[in-house]
Design a binder for this molecule. Structure first.
Ligand code: GDP
Length: 323
């Protein structure tokens, strides 16, 4: 019989790539979407009509319990989060409720219904925050530096406690930045690829950037969701650091994107202090050895190939919009 997976945050970037992967593997896929945002399932494009939409507020414990009791999902992937980190300062309590509250309510539902559901918690490299060593692995201490990271850490520990106390199959994937053509333009990769494509097509004439020396471990979202799935197929529930293990500077990102459209970035890029972030950490880089050893997981798409993929899609998108 086909397996069933239940996903929160299904209309986001990772929700799309994970749904695609699971459908290819023959899963029935259901997504928890707040009732007033049901129409957002359209964001899943060609996948939208292959998904069962469960209109439920993630803050509604009773409704979540009902869905879990009805669906008896084999796997739950808890991806829902306000993904743009700086926004969490505007609403720390709302961030905590969405991130930690949803994880806790879903774990409680699994425990109460008493089914052997496997649970994936989307954790984040942001939990490492103020790092004193690089690269980071599963034993690196957490020092979160913003409300988003603190909420993710709370959810992570809640999952760990449920796993040990109730013997649930629950895992946490500590993911580093992962990008794709589906990344919103508030993120630096998509901002750069979209603007490079616009400049190429004569739709813009400059790109205003923040700190060009900032560095990130950027991977491809399609690779990272594969790791999520592999974690839930393992013999034992364990937590994993998932990233490429390679750091690239924003400057390299900009140069690579402009190279894809045969332009010299230095003619178009202006640095604007408005985009600088206070209190930045530049040494967040993964040591994904455990994922490679235990899960056989390795990133397949290089940094350069990822940026090229994004620029190409942005050119296609803009051309389709214009004509
Ligand atoms: P984050 O790792 O979740 O914060 O992902 P982002 O894509 O938003 O930012 C990655 C890095 O790019 C951060 O270190 C920013 O300081 C840096 N950066 C430099 N210029 C920009 C910019 O114009 N926009 C954004 N979003 N980030 C920028």
């Amino acid at each position: 019989m086909a397996k069933t997976a239940l996903i929160t945050g299904i209309t986001g970037q990772d929700g799309y790539y994970l749904s695609k992967l699971l459908r290819e593997k023959g899963y029935q896929v259901a997504g928890l979407i707040p009732p007033q945002r049901q129409a957002s399932v359209a964001k899943l494009g060609e996948l939208a009509n292959q998904i069962k939409v469960c209109p439920v507020e993630l803050t509604d414990s009773k409704a979540l319990l009902q869905v879990v009791a009805q669906l008896h999902p084999d796997e739950i992937y808890n991806l829902a989060a306000p993904s743009f980190v700086p926004d969490s300062w505007k609403d720390p309590l709302g961030t905590l409720d969405l991130v930690t509250g949803t994880a806790t309510r879903l774990l409680d539902a699994v425990r109460e219904v008493g089914i052997p559901t496997r649970f994936y918690q989307a954790s984040s490299s942001e939990m490492f925050g103020n790092v004193d060593r690089d690269p980071q692995d599963e034993n690196t201490p957490f020092r979160p530096k913003n409300p988003y990271a603190a909420a993710k850490l709370h959810a992570h520990w809640t999952m760990v406690h449920h796993r040990s106390r109730y013997n649930l199959f629950a895992c946490s994937g500590i993911l580093y930045n992962h990008e794709s053509p589906r990344r919103p333009p508030s993120f630096v990769t998509r901002k750069v690829t979209l603007t490079a494509a616009k400049i190429k097509l004569g739709l813009s004439d400059r790109l205003e950037m923040g700190n060009l020396d900032a560095k990130r471990d950027w991977g491809y979202a399609g690779d990272h969701v594969e790791a999520m799935w592999r974690m839930l197929q393992a013999d034992e529930p364990e937590d994993y650091v998932i990233g490429t293990g390679k750091l690239h500077a924003v400057r390299e990102l900009v140069a690579t994107a402009f190279e894809c459209v045969d332009l010299n970035w230095e003619q178009y890029v202006q640095v604007n202090p408005k985009f600088f972030r206070p209190d930045e950490h530049f040494q967040l880089v993964a040591d994904p050895t455990k994922a490679k050893t235990n899960l056989g997981w390795e990133p397949q798409v290089s940094f350069e190939a990822l940026i090229e993929k994004m620029v190409k899609k942005d050119l296609e998108y803009l051309q389709a919009k214009n004509f």
